[in-house]
Ligand binder design. Structure first.
Ligand code: 5GP
Length: 121
């Protein structure tokens, strides 16, 4: 799938859509999810144009991958989630129910999060 420059996270990165920014460095940008699913729900995105985890893992440069995942850890620490714990999640494609076609990692925290996936489906 080709990268769509008009996706909502590309617009957030360009400053065309407002967001509640949490963190930024050379490789990553983080902001609060507009529809939080937990007391803390932050999205971390790479600055490069990658459609999903599949694209990022295959095509990002080593420095982008290292920088991005270090940023995920730094954001969780900045949010003081490292001690109580947190969950990260990245959806890819239709079975993953990915909505926004710019790779992103969700960070959830701030309460006991319960089982990893809904049971019984
Ligand atoms: P996905 O289902 O693609 O893994 O997650 C996309 C996430 O982006 C959803 O949790 C959704 O609430 C969030 N989202 C969609 N549009 C916006 C937006 O304009 N601003 C922010 N901050 N989050 C958004």
């Amino acid at each position: 799938m080709a990268y769509d420059d008009e996706n909502v996270f590309a617009k957030i990165l360009r400053g065309e859509i407002p967001c509640a920014k949490v963190y930024e460095d050379d490789h990553a940008f983080a902001f609060n999810d507009i529809n939080p699913q937990a007391p803390v729900h932050v999205l971390v995105i790479p600055k490069g144009p990658y459609t999903s985890m599949d694209d990022f893992a295959a095509n990002a440069k080593d420095a982008e991958i290292t920088g991005f995942f270090r940023a995920v850890g730094a954001v969780a620490k900045q949010l003081k989630l490292d001690k109580p714990g947190y969950r990260i999640l990245a959806n890819h494609g239709s079975d993953g129910m990915q909505e926004v076609p710019h790779f992103h990692v969700h960070i959830f925290g701030g309460k006991l999060l319960g089982p990893m996936l809904r049971r019984g489906d």
